[in-house]
Design a binder for this molecule. Structure first.
Ligand code: AMP
Length: 228
């Protein structure tokens, strides 16, 4: 398994990296540019929390503490989402997998449909700077465009540059204390996946301490090379 595509199976890209590395921003770019579907387990879990389902109730407590939601819950949510018809265009996984068990489950799920991972793109960042990055970020609740108090300020205060809505939202877990727990969870449970994907020949590294545009071009070039 070296990342080259077999037959016409839809592409599967993974964005790896600690919280605040820019996975969501870059996944949205890949979605627009390559017609792939962004699949964020964080978003799916926040939707489950908002729906008040049993899985959502269990996830809420863990998410507020900055820990990882149980593999059983996350894998079930991912399996359902991957089965939706739009995923036939190909997917970018943003925030999944986060544990080795999730990576193995993903390989098994993809094997069922003759798919495989084209690339696991690691966004390499300086952890300490992530806390500042995360603590200042907010999103347009209408279209999902991301902003930041210092690095990407809307042209008109509180108004989305893309869709004009005035519905900016800040995530409850984007505070300094929870971010530290999320970084610990990353190092302990997610970082081992770097070796996992190195072993399968799909790991690609991108310096993600540069500006958003430079990171975008690097990821786009990499995606071109594995998707087309
Ligand atoms: P994110 O939006 O990717 O930063 O995720 C927000 C929170 O959702 C994380 O801090 C975890 O509590 C939970 N979460 C998201 N994806 C996963 C996953 N693949 N495995 C376990 N927990 C997850």
């Amino acid at each position: 398994m070296d990342g080259s595509r077999t037959s016409e199976a839809p592409p599967v890209l993974i964005l790896l990296g600690p919280p605040g590395a820019g996975k969501g921003t870059q996944a949205r770019m890949l979605e627009e540019r390559f017609g792939l579907v962004q699949l964020s387990t964080g978003d799916l879990l926040r939707a489950a929390v908002a729906s008040g389902s049993e899985a959502g109730k269990a996830a809420k407590v863990v998410m507020e503490a900055g820990g990882l939601v149980s593999d059983d819950i996350v894998i079930a949510i991912l399996r359902d989402r991957l089965a939706a018809p739009d995923c036939a265009k190909g997917v970018i996984l943003d925030g999944y997998p986060r544990t080795t068990a999730q990576a193995v489950a993903l390989d098994d799920l993809l094997a069922e449909t003759g798919q495989q991972i084209n690339a696991a793109i690691l966004l390499e960042v300086d952890d300490v700077k992530m806390v500042v990055r995360i603590a200042g970020r907010f999103t347009c609740g209408a279209c999902g465009e991301g902003y930041h108090d210092s690095f990407k300020i809307p042209k008109v205060a509180e108004t989305c540059d893309c869709c004009g809505a005035q519905q900016m939202i800040r995530r409850a877990d984007d505070n300094a204390k929870t971010v530290m727990s999320r970084l610990d969870a990353y190092h302990e449970q997610t970082e081992p996946l770097i070796s996992y994907y190195k072993g399968s020949g799909t790991l690609r590294r991108v310096d993600a301490m540069r500006g958003i545009a430079a990171i975008q071009s690097a990821i786009a070039a990499l995606t071109e090379s594995v998707v087309n």
